[in-house]
Design a protein around this ligand. Structure first.
Ligand SMILES: Nc1nc2c(ncn2[C@@H]2O[C@H](COP(=O)(O)OP(=O)(O)O)[C@@H](O)[C@H]2O)c(=O)[nH]1
Ligand SMILES: [Mg+2]
Length: 304
């Protein structure tokens, strides 16, 4: 699974088919927007007395989870250089993540970002995570550093098991990470579908926010590989994005096209803008969940 994904075909060449007008509300690809996004993220106010918003990345090996973390790190640090705090192993293609873990993203002011991104193994890799573990993770029962066991879920006696999780321990947003070249393949397939249905039903009950991060749009005929500013005019990106939204039964706005730093020597404004836009969307969604969960303004009688 992961191994075959690592052998990527060469990116297509030639002019991309573009629409005259953007099919999604326009992103300003300029330095002003980049600065505003950084400011908005740096001064983000988390609701409900929760210190950190939690986001769980779920996706197949090599879908670009680690790369998204690193790209976000670079964009947030804004030091004019690519920073890769987490190593991306190119040779194997299979996921090297064996633990459920998070690492701090730092703001420009050297504070830990109020968003914690948690990574774990692929949804349906042979050495993946059990659906039960994912449900326990979402509910906040699993602590950072838990060594994932692909064949059995966490024991209640494990030191990484949290008996009585609170709102701050839960996942506030789940982000499915897919490869834009073949997005449905990462989520479909016999073994995956059952697990996936189960997880999604639980997420739905809890009203945990769900988004899709569609990585590697640069490998579509989105634009000329390194120029992603035509993203929202690209026929191909729109087609893939709408297909993912349909497959996931999510609104199109919940599918976030992304292109990570992978070969660039220095950061570019457009990739920074895209990473920051997507990070801000994830933070807003997670914050909405926290807000709803501790909403004291709705009288209990309202639902009766
Ligand atoms: N072209 C391109 N390659 C990417 C992108 N994101 C990740 N990659 C590459 O895809 C491979 C797997 O990425 P990785 O972040 O390790 O995936 P993970 O297993 O989900 O953590 C690496 O070789 C990355 O360089 C992207 O947006 N565009
Ligand atoms: Mg990884």
């Amino acid at each position: 699974m992961g191994g075959s994904e690592s052998k990527e075909p060469p990116a297509p060449t030639g002019p991309p088919p573009l629409m005259g007008k953007p099919w999604r509300s326009h992103i300003e690809w300029d330095d002003l927007n980049r600065k505003q996004l950084l400011e908005g993220i740096n001064t983000f106010k988390v609701k409900g007395g929760v210190k950190y918003l939690n986001c769980l990345l779920l996706g197949q090996a090599a879908s670009g989870k680690t790369s998204f973390f690193n790209t976000s790190y670079t964009a947030l640090k804004d030091e004019g250089r690519i920073i890769s705090p987490l190593t991306v192993f190119k040779s194997s293609g299979s996921s090297v993540t064996t633990k459920f873990e998070t690492h701090p993203l730092h703001t420009k002011r050297n504070k830990a970002l109020q968003l914690r991104i948690f990574d774990c193994r692929g949804l349906h890799d042979i050495q993946g995570v059990t659906a039960e573990d994912i449900n326990l993770i979402v509910d906040g029962h699993v602590k950072h550093g838990y060594q994932i066991n692909p064949v059995s879920s966490i024991s209640h006696k494990d030191v990484h098991y949290r008996k009585t999780p609170k709102l701050k321990d839960m996942m506030h947003c789940v982000v499915y990470v897919v490869n834009a070249e073949n997005p449905a393949a990462a989520l479909a397939g016999e073994a995956a579908e059952e697990i996936f249905r189960d997880i999604r039903a639980k997420l739905g009950e809890r009203r945990v926010r769900q988004l899709v991060l569609m990585n590697k749009v640069d490998r579509l005929r989105a634009s000329l590989a390194d120029d992603i500013s035509d993203l929202f005019r690209s026929v191909e990106v729109k087609k893939k994005l709408y297909a993912v939204a349909k497959f996931m039964n999510l609104p199109e706005m919940h599918v976030l096209p992304m292109s990570n730093y992978h070969t660039e020597p220095v950061p570019t404004r457009d990739k920074d803008v895209l990473a920051l836009t997507n990070l801000k969307t994830i933070m807003d969604c997670a914050n909405d969940f926290v807000h709803d969960a501790c909403d004291k303004n709705t009288p209990s009688k309202f639902y009766k």
